[in-house]
Design a protein around this ligand. Structure first.
Ligand code: NDP
Length: 312
């Protein structure tokens, strides 16, 4: 069995930043990139709010730069997915791809979060045939077509803006009568002539022969004026938030009621000594690239102190 001093699981801004700090502290970190190297930011367009990039930077480029920076200081970045975890104070064993076991003195969990779906049977029926949770991955297939985006946060607005550059028309279905997105995003969407916002609308079904040809909408749910109707669309993009990727660790780690890993004492420590959590998997509140990176830094520093204090 491989033995490592510092094992990092996940490769978004939290994981890579933890790797940079841990490598510079001579912890010889090993990082497994998981199923989506670079994490969620590789699916965003432009990052405009990370300090230090006055002209913005693409998510994919930023992740590539962070990865290179970690490698430069000696981090061992590997392809592989953690499939099993034993996380006890005196025994931390992570299984990679169902076969390779790694014994770690410390573990930093930075597995991020994944897109939520609406839970409609039609989402499964039309998976890969007109339903997507990633506008930048799949938008290309909808050039000059009509799509509907669901959600009212920054992700939904950003997706609607991105898709408006490709599509003939973009509907944005928002379940409340207001957007939750930041003011700057709201203004962009409201000014965009290709985007039509459908407030107090939910998508409740889809129809089509060999792919999505339309969506069934419900307007004013639960009110006297509640109404159902259909519109013609070629694609549905879901942008209603994310859930933390913590299931693998739930047997050992304390999670909050939404499944985020709990950290304690203003540090990145979890309830298991030597196990730290960073980034979106432990952050129900901020969920920004900059806060994820900062928590990755904190986790690596916490890790180093733990190793020193325990003579490991
Ligand atoms: P949010 O949680 O902010 O927003 C989710 C949206 O989806 C809300 O409008 C919510 O509606 C709606 N929603 C949730 N469930 C359903 C459902 N079942 N049916 C219909 N609508 C639903 O998630 P985001 O992914 O947009 O953003 C997450 C974080 O990332 C935020 O902090 C955001 O600021 C940040 N972010 C920043 C970006 C940037 O700065 N460039 C880009 C993208 C994200 P309701 O309001 O009714 O609850």
């Amino acid at each position: 069995m491989d033995k490592v001093r510092c094992l990092i699981i996940g490769s978004g801004p939290a994981g890579y930043t933890a790797a940079i700090y841990a490598a510079r502290a001579n912890l010889s970190p090993v990082l497994y990139e998981g199923s989506m190297p670079g994490g969620q930011l590789t699916t965003t367009t432009e990052i405009e709010n990370f300090p230090g990039y006055p002209d913005g930077i693409s998510g994919a480029q930023m992740m590539e730069d962070l990865r290179k920076q970690a490698i430069r200081f000696g981090a061992d970045i590997r392809v592989g997915i953690a499939t099993k975890a034993v996380l006890q104070p005196n025994e931390k064993i992570i299984t990679i791809d169902g076969e390779k076991e790694i014994q770690a003195s410390t573990v930093i969990i930075s597995t991020g979060a994944s897109a939520k779906y609406l839970g409609l049977p039609d989402e499964r029926k039309y998976a890969g045939m007109g339903v997507s949770a990633c506008a930048t991955c799949d938008g290309f297939f909808y050039r000059n077509k009509t799509v509907i985006v669901v959600g009212g946060g920054d992700t939904a607005c950003e997706d609607a803006m991105y898709l408006s550059g490709l599509c003939k028309k973009v509907y944005l279905a928002v379940r409340k009568n207001s957007l939750r997105a930041s003011k700057v995003m709201q203004e962009r969407v409201l000014r965009n002539e290709k985007i039509e916002i459908l407030f107090k609308h939910e998508v409740i079904g889809l129809f089509g022969e060999d792919g999505v040809e339309g969506a069934i909408l419900m307007k004013n749910r639960g009110e006297k004026e509640q109404e159902e109707y259909s519109i013609a669309v070629d694609g549905l993009f879901i942008a209603i938030g994310h859930h933390p990727n913590s299931t693998l660790f739930e047997q050992y780690l304390e999670l909050d009621k939404l499944g985020y890993i709990k950290t304690f004492h203003g540090t990145q420590e979890t309830n298991v000594p030597g196990v730290f959590a960073a980034g979106d998997v432990a952050d129900p509140r901020y969920r920004q690239a900059i806060t994820a990176a900062a928590s990755g830094c904190k986790a690596a520093i916490d890790c180093e102190r733990y190793l020193v204090e325990n003579g490991l």
